[in-house]
Every structure is written in structure tokens, then in C-alpha cells.
Design a protein around this ligand. Structure first.
Ligand code: URA
Ligand code: SF4
Length: 290
């Protein structure tokens, strides 16, 4: 079905990854059978195709036409119920998501000012997923998350946990750098930008299925918890999002700006809770590590 038409091929891959995730709003259709307006409603529903053989069985989504809004909306907050995928499949789907959807994305204005998108990186079987705010200047230049000063700090935090960067997954709430173009200063993503970009994050997390998500700073914490509370109130407490435990903690850039014993102790307290949750030993705090 790919053949000579690259657009059709990319759309097919995208549709397959949607189907693999078992999203309720994506009917299983094949290209030859995409419903058209002039078909009868019942014919449109009847052409839902059988699952593709190359994709592990996911719960059969209902055809979109048959699902009422009230049946769909609660699913957005319900625990993920698509299958946990084998490592190879996760790698393939993450790569596909990046290549077919994120890299060329123009869903929001940040596409106009970015150098490149920053998908995220790490172990697709990671027990922990760290979610930051968005790429900064260094990340925009390199295409990799958390590689600047805040990234060094995050590396220290991960190191203090007795882990390596490659053991976890690191990504952001938006995939393109948000900054004030006139003065070159980074800014938090707007609500509109967050709304446009977060379907990618949801998909990443759905593929990876970490045991714990650590949200770094306000934007990712507020997005996942749907809360307007302050970090002071939210950090250090367990929450759940889509069936995954969430531990909010200070953003490493905030730690660098407020390099006090209290801030550092709070981050360490939060990370210790995460280690306990994933059943890892808690290293002795050296005082230098984080
Ligand atoms: N700050 C973030 O929130 N994310 C990055 O990738 C880099 C800095
Ligand atoms: Fe697309 Fe996200 Fe970049 Fe906006 S920030 S252009 S939604 S990838």
C-alpha cells in the first residue's frame, strides 16, 4: 500500500500508529475504504477494517460514528488500556511518531521560530519519565532534551538516584522552543501551544508506559494534574494521571536559581519517594550530587 506515493505511505504509517494505540476516536479504515460524505451513514460504519497483522492486538475501537461524546470524553482521563508493547515495537512506534508527526509539525506558531523539534530521548522501557517544560536555546540547537545548564542539573539529579540518563526517558510538554524572539529569552509555552502539542506527549507516555512520571516545574505539572496550584503545594505529593503515578518536583533550572539547602533537600526527598516506588535502592546523599 505504500508504493510510489510518499504522502500516502506516511499517512498510512500515522494511521497505523493511531490504531496501534487503540484510540477510540480513530476508526480502523483502509485507504481504499475511507468513508466518503456521499455514502450512507450505515455504509460508513460498515467499512471499519480488521486490525492490521503487523500491529499487536489492541482493544477494538468503536467506529467514531457510533461513539457518543459522553462516552469518549471520560476516556481521556481513564488509565491507558492499550497493550504494553515489546521494546522493539516501542522503539518503532516512537520513531514513527517523531518522523511522521513531530518533525514536520506546524500545529502551532512555535514551528515558525524553531530550529528543529526536540522529541525526547531515553530508554523506551524506562521506569521513570521526566517531563520538562520545553526546549531552550541549547536543545533547539542540538535537537536533544535537557542538554544545557538545566540539563546538567537534571543529569546530576538522575545520578544522585543511582541511575544514568540512558536508564530513564526525558521529554517535554512542548517539542519546539518557546521564546521571546525580540530578546531571545525563553518563556513558558502558552495554553494554546500546550494544547496543540500535548497529544504527542500523551502518545509517548502511552507507548513507554513508565511506572512513574516526574514532572519538572509548573507547566508539565499543571498540564498533567489539570491544576492551577503552586509548585510549593503540589511537589512532593503523589498524583495519578491515566493510571500512572506522578511526582511533581522543582524544575532543575529553578534549583539552579534557588540553590539553597531547602530546595535541594526538597528535590532529593521527592526523588527518594520515586526510588522507593520503583523498588530501587536509595543511595546515600553525598551533598555534592544534587
Ligand atoms: N528546560 C526544559 O524544561 N526542557 C529542556 O529540554 C531544557 C530546559
Ligand atoms: Fe507542533 Fe508541538 Fe512544535 Fe507546536 S510545539 S509546532 S504543536 S511540535
Amino acid at each position: 500500500m505504500n508504493g510510489a506515493d510518499p504522502l500516502k505511505h506516511r499517512l498510512t504509517l500515522w494511521l497505523k500508529s493511531e490504531q496501534a494505540m487503540g484510540l477510540p476516536s480513530v476508526p480502523r479504515v483502509t485507504f481504499s475504504e475511507i468513508p466518503t460524505e456521499n455514502m450512507s451513514k450505515s455504509r460508513q460504519r460498515d467499512i471499519v477494517a480488521p486490525p492490521s497483522r503487523s500491529i499487536p492486538a489492541a482493544p477494538e475501537p468503536k467506529p467514531a460514528a457510533a461513539v457518543s461524546t459522553s462516552a469518549v470524553l471520560p476516556l481521556l482521563d481513564a488509565p491507558f488500556d492499550s497493550p504494553i508493547l515489546p521494546r522493539e515495537e516501542k522503539i518503532r512506534l516512537l520513531h514513527e511518531l517523531d518522523l511522521n508527526s513531530v518533525k514536520g509539525c506546524i500545529k502551532c506558531g512555535l514551528s515558525k521560530t524553531r530550529t528543529q523539534t526536540v522529541f525526547g530521548e531515553g530508554d523506551p522501557d524506562a521506569p521513570i519519565c521526566f517531563i520538562g517544560e520545553g526546549p531552550g536555546k541549547d536543545e533547539d540547537a542540538s535537537g536533544r532534551p535537557f542538554v544545557g545548564r538545566a540539563g546538567q542539573k537534571l543529569n546530576d539529579m538522575i545520578g544522585a538516584m543511582g541511575l544514568k540518563r540512558e536508564d530513564v526517558f526525558i521529554c517535554n510538554i512542548v517539542k519546539c522552543r518557546a521564546y521571546l524572539t525580540d530578546i531571545g529569552k525563553d518563556r513558558p509555552p502558552s495554553e494554546e501551544e500546550t494544547l496543540a502539542c500535548t497529544p504527542y506527549l500523551v502518545r509517548q507516555v502511552e507507548i513507554i508506559r513508565p511506572k512513574v512520571i516526574v514532572t519538572l516545574g509548573l507547566p508539565s505539572t499543571r498540564y498533567l494534574l489539570k491544576s492551577k496550584e503552586s509548585m510549593t503545594r503540589m511537589r512532593g505529593n503523589w498524583y495519578a494521571w491515566r493510571g500512572i503515578k506522578v511526582m511533581p518536583t522543582w524544575h532543575p533550572a529553578y534549583v539552579l536559581r534557588n540553590y539553597t539547602e531547602q530546595t535541594r533537600r526538597e528535590v532529593w526527598d521527592d526523588l527518594k519517594k520515586v526510588l522507593l516506588e520503583i523498588g530501587r535502592p536509595i543511595p546515600q546523599r553525598s551533598g555534592k550530587q544534587e
